[in-house]
Design a protein around this ligand. Structure first.
Ligand code: GTP
Ligand code: MG
Ligand code: ZN
Ligand code: ZN
Length: 390
């Protein structure tokens, strides 16, 4: 690692010069139970309890790296395990660290989005001659426990837990890290941070997530169409038994957008249009497609399956979908929202997707997950960041 460059930790989002990086010994000797040492910082961030679990191998704070390795001042062996000076998490060995922030009201569909997106990337990213791997065993296990197992069993993914007061928000909900290796073998680590919707409800709480939003390479703002009064009324009229949220009960789109903009401005001490690319994605699109009152025109691009994995990235499809969604938003009385988004961010595209493909049944069982267009916002962002081309 280069000494002048800086790193953003993908766990605590602190930014520090690479010269501040510290190291964890990985030798057999330092890993022996009797040689482990209490690591309070790591345990606090990762929410680790129990005296034994909090004990970890020795940390080398004054190492001078040579070819990526430093010598342990306790056992004399060499290690290349770089860790964050603030939270002691292992820093990924990567060419670039990319944070993707997923923002949205409680129950907007953020967790299903992340879970089904990772599933699609895992299965289909080879179409772009890219490989995907979870960065750490911890990330792979989180994906398997939180998503894969529940998808297979038709069990709902639990609501994401908001952090207890004063607890660090990342520790309460560790991000999932995965490495994407492109055709030139360049490896980039993506951090998907799927916070609880409660974190975005007001500006005061949102300041806890400010560092991760402000350090993001891209933001995905997820909106639940049933939060739009026009949509909510139409669905209720068609199917009075459908369980729908009361749009008045949850934080509005406009507030989430306003909070996001002001948090970024404050944290980056800037004003004006924000240069971080923003994908605005409408979730649960199956509800719209299945509604005679709301279903778009039959020749709409949005009704067709996503073309990107089968035909290569199609920017024109993203643009067509975006225009169609803008048209629907205008018809549903949300023009002001669209204008505000475009005035506040320099790069914006509107999307719609269905993560599950259908609603859970009345007993709460989730059908087999058949995602539609869930990959579109992420592939658009990869294109905006110059990682995949047409
Ligand atoms: N019809 C339909 N329902 C969906 C879809 N995706 C998610 N849902 C439902 O929306 C609800 C909330 O989904 P989550 O992904 O847990 O929402 P979240 O934004 O992570 O919520 P918090 O973690 O509480 O902030 C679940 O009950 C899902 O059944 C979809 O594609 N279609
Ligand atoms: Mg969630
Ligand atoms: Zn850290
Ligand atoms: Zn050692």
């Amino acid at each position: 690692m280069d000494l002048v460059r800086s790193t953003v930790c993908p766990y605590c989002y602190n930014k520090f010069p690479n010269s501040k990086i510290i190291w964890r010994c990985s030798s057999g000797s330092c890993k022996r139970p009797e040689n482990l040492e209490e690591d309070g910082k790591y345990s606090e961030y990762h929410d680790v309890h129990g005296a034994a679990a909090r004990r970890m191998p020795h940390i080398i704070t004054a190492g001078k790296p040579k070819n990526g390795f430093v010598q342990c001042d306790k056992c004399g062996e060499f290690t290349n395990v770089a860790i964050c000076p603030e939270c002691h998490s292992i820093l990924p060995k990567t060419d670039e660290n990319i944070i993707i922030s997923i923002i949205g009201a409680p129950s907007a569909g953020k967790s299903y989005f992340v879970g089904t997106l990772l599933k699609q990337l895992n299965e289909k990213l080879s179409a772009f001659s890219c490989g995907m791997q979870f960065t750490t065993t911890e990330s792979r296990e989180m994906y398997e426990n939180k998503f894969e197992r529940n998808f297979e069993r038709g069990v709902p993914v639990p609501a994401t837990k908001p952090p207890a007061e004063n607890m660090n928000i990342v520790g309460a909900n560790l991000p999932i890290l995965c490495d994407l290796t492109d055709r030139h073998l360049k490896k980039r680590t993506f951090t998907f941070f799927d916070a609880a919707g409660e974190n975005f409800e007001n500006e005061g709480i949102m300041r806890y997530v400010a560092p991760y939003i402000s350090h993001s390479s891209a933001i995905i703002l997820l909106l639940d169409p049933t939060q739009i009064p026009y949509v909510n009324n139409a669905l209720a009229e068609e199917n009075p038994r459908m369980r729908l949220r009361d749009p008045k009960d949850s934080v509005s789109y406009e507030s989430i957008l306003t909070n996001t903009i002001s948090v970024i401005h404050q944290h980056t001490r800037s004003s004006g249009r924000i240069k971080i690319p923003l994908a605005v994605g409408f979730s649960k699109w199956d509800l719209i497609e299945n509604s005679p009152l709301l279903r778009p025109d039959e020749n709409s691009a949005i009704l067709r399956p996503s073309p990107h994995f089968s035909q290569g990235f199609r920017k024109i499809d993203c643009q067509n979908v975006s225009l169609e969604i803008e048209g629907l938003l205008a018809a549903w009385g949300c023009q002001n929202f669209t204008v505000r988004v475009k005035q506040s961010f320099t790069k914006v595209n509107f999307f719609a997707f269905s993560a599950i493909g259908a609603s859970a049944d009345e007993r709460g069982n989730v059908p087999i997950v058949v995602p539609k267009r869930v990959e579109d916002p992420f592939l658009w962002l990869l294109n905006e960041l110059g990682m995949i081309v047409k």
